[in-house]
Design a protein around this ligand. Structure first.
Ligand SMILES: *Cc1c(COP(=O)(O)O)cnc(C)c1O
Length: 224
């Protein structure tokens, strides 16, 4: 894998579509992240809080760290002081903990609500009603240390392009609906995080603002 070339190639392709790259560096060593950094990449995605915190300490301060994986409440404290976006808020209890740790760190933490769009049972995420319930002003006014910056979703892992497209379309539909009807200072709806190595082109066509790409940049992972 030539990480530098991959970063350059993706950046160019995505820029044409107005989409940004979150380079998913989970399980990969800091040397790989440095190589991507030297190619100009600044946004990196990790799925384990302690791994992210350890890498953050070793790497340059202008990296923007994105939490993309399922986040346990007792791990939020490790990343709250520096994380630049949490893509994977999938419960009100987690959002409340992010708010609490944001208050401790004296900052507002940008979050995306993860929506369940895939057919698989195993993928985390909220359904439409749960998303709308979380966006109630009564709920959010108790949580001044979080900003709802948008939505994230993962499509079914399948070769069926039509199904993947339909799932991304449904997420974009919900995104537009929220943007139209529920925008506020705290609900800014600037990011729609969808698309991975296998389906980023479809995601881009369906309106993704941020794709999360790992293996197509850094090579296959030994474990997740
Ligand atoms: C690992 C992961 C990715 C990247 O997957 P690739 O197929 O390697 O691009 C994207 N999003 C989430 C939530 C992940 O956990």
């Amino acid at each position: 894998m030539n990480i530098r070339e991959n970063i350059e190639r993706f950046t160019e392709e995505l820029e044409k579509n107005g989409t940004r790259l979150c380079a998913v560096s989970k399980t990969k060593p800091v040397e790989d992240i440095k190589e991507a950094y030297e190619a100009g990449q600044r946004v990196f995605g990790e799925n384990k809080a302690q791994e992210m915190a350890a890498k953050q300490e070793e790497l340059p301060d202008d990296i923007q760290w994105h939490m993309i994986g399922h986040l346990q409440r007792n791990k939020v404290k490790y990343i709250a002081p520096f994380v630049s976006l949490i893509h994977s808020v999938d419960s009100e209890r987690l959002l409340r903990e992010v708010n609490k740790q944001g208050a401790k760190a004296e900052r507002v933490i940008p979050c995306l609500l993860q929506v369940h769009i895939a057919e698989e049972e195993t993928k985390f995420g909220l359904d439409r009603e749960e998303v709308l319930a979380l966006l109630k002003p009564e709920t959010l006014q108790e949580l001044p240390n979080v900003e709802i910056r948008g939505l994230m979703g993962m499509a079914t892992n399948t070769d069926d392009e039509a199904l993947v497209r339909k799932e991304f379309k449904s997420l974009k539909g919900l995104f537009d609906e929220i943007k139209e009807n529920h925008s506020s200072e705290q609900v800014t709806m600037k990011e729609l995080s969808m698309g991975m190595s296998g389906d980023y082109q479809i995601a881009m066509e369906e309106g993704s603002t941020l794709v999360r790409i790992g293996s197509a940049i850094f090579g296959a992972r030994n474990y997740d």
